[in-house]
Design a protein around this ligand. Sequence first.
Ligand SMILES: Cc1cc2nc3c(=O)[nH]c(=O)nc-3n(C[C@H](O)[C@H](O)[C@H](O)COP(=O)(O)O)c2cc1C
Length: 201
Amino acid sequence: MEQLLFINACVRGERSRTLKLARRFLENWQRNHSDGVITQVDLCKDRPVPQYPEVLAQRDELWNAGKLDDPMFDLARQFAAADRIVVAAPFWDLSFPAILKIYLERISVTNITFGYDEQGNNVGLCKADKLLLITTRGGNFSLPETTWMEMGARQLEALCAMYGIPSFQCLAAEGLDDIRNDKKAILAEAMGRADAMAEVF
Ligand SMILES: Cc1cc2nc3c(=O)[nH]c(=O)nc-3n(C[C@H](O)[C@H](O)[C@H](O)COP(=O)(O)O)c2cc1C
């Protein structure tokens, strides 16, 4: 029974194009994995608290006392235990909404999602072998002259290396706010890619 963790950072909620694309993917994934279990973390509802000084102090205290089973680390343990991870987040300010960054800070806990070996090398501790980012972008950031500006997928891909998740994938619908483009056609094409990716994810 595969456990798929769905991290929902779609701030526009039901009006979100990213969420529509993610739902299409998840429905197809469920169809292809009838005994798979999807667990959602809805960041707009759950609202993990940013690591303000007192939060970080509490976290340090618990970590130094070896209390990694404290509820403070629930999100990190949940992330580390998932078989598959899907993150849905719109493209904001060249990366993703701050609520996702807050989540990533909360799950990046030494000895839960990553650690170090005796030589001091980074060792990923997450069970998942695949993480998929589903996103929609106003502009097109897959062009030779724009890819360098894209920092959402790139950050998640780098974090996957740190967490020990070997396969990072990205499903992006781009150019959705460009008046020259046919938005419906772009989304329809991305939905088709979502279907194909869900079959093998
Ligand atoms: C706060 C905010 C920041 C955005 N920043 C960018 C950006 O840097 N580059 C871009 O191409 N589009 C940007 N967009 C446009 C969104 O990426 C685009 O409309 C996307 O489809 C929104 O996804 P959603 O429908 O899931 O909310 C931004 C939109 C918002 C609301």
